[in-house]
Design a protein around this ligand. Structure first.
Ligand code: B4P
Length: 190
């Protein structure tokens, strides 16, 4: 079973690249950002709670996202593998994911860490904000807050996966196709 984490700061191309990887390696794409936006669109209680955090560029509480991932794993017991996109985002989430996967003896195979310069991240997110209507992509101060939250709470996961020998740094600058090729080469070598 191939279980991958696609990792990087907001705007690094996680969602974009995950779409290529699911096609090439027959994986199920689990994006916590997409799952949360579906809850918001459905007007659920969970969505309402999440929206308040997301609009400010803050992380949604760990218990909420861990619960969402747990139920998706249980609903897809026969999957060939998963690509986790936007999850884990904190050390607590990474510990919870390890526990969930180790119960089935299907640990993370690799963490693909997209490396992109800050100015490029800001430009990508603000340009998506002009067309997507995403509330967290429209205001430069919210975008910058998301990048700061990433540095403080999410970037320690690089060390977390390095210690497990599972960290693969990938140059995330260039065209979408160039980056997809780099990722495919790395995943094929796992
Ligand atoms: P996400 O949905 O994960 O948003 P993101 O970090 O911006 O990544 P995304 O996948 O959307 O963007 P991508 O880099 O592909 O999270 C949104 C919010 O949800 C979080 O801020 C948080 O509040 C909450 N949340 C989600 N998961 C959580 C968790 N686990 N715990 C707590 N809270 C959680 O692409 C960005 C743009 O760049 C796109 O427009 C794309 O087209 C463009 N792009 C990509 N690659 C490019 C390239 N090579 N060149 C030019 N443009 C490119």
């Amino acid at each position: 079973m191939l279980n991958l984490v696609i990792f990087g700061p907001p705007g690094a191309g996680k969602g974009t690249q995950a779409e290529f990887l699911i096609d090439s390696f027959e994986l199920i794409h689990l994006s916590t950002g997409d799952l949360l936006r579906s809850e918001i669109a459905a007007g659920s209680k969970l969505g309402l709670e999440a929206k308040a955090f997301m609009d400010k560029g803050e992380l949604v509480p760990d218990a909420v996202v861990i619960g969402m991932i747990k139920s998706k794993l249980e609903a897809n017991k026969n999957a060939k593998g998963f690509i986790f996109d936007g999850f884990p985002r904190t050390v607590e989430q990474a510990d919870a994911l390890d526990k969930l996967l180790n119960t089935n003896n299907t640990p993370i195979s690799g963490m693909l860490s997209l490396e992109v310069e800050k100015q490029e991240l800001i430009e990508r997110l603000l340009s998506r904000g002009k067309v997507s209507g995403r509330s967290d992509d429209q205001d430069q101060s919210i975008v910058e807050n998301r990048i700061s939250v990433y540095k403080e709470k999410t970037s320690p996961l690089i060390e977390y996966y390095k210690k497990q020998g599972k960290h693969f740094g990938i140059n995330g600058m260039g065209t979408i196709e160039e980056i997809a090729d780099r990722l495919k080469k790395t995943v094929s070598s796992l």
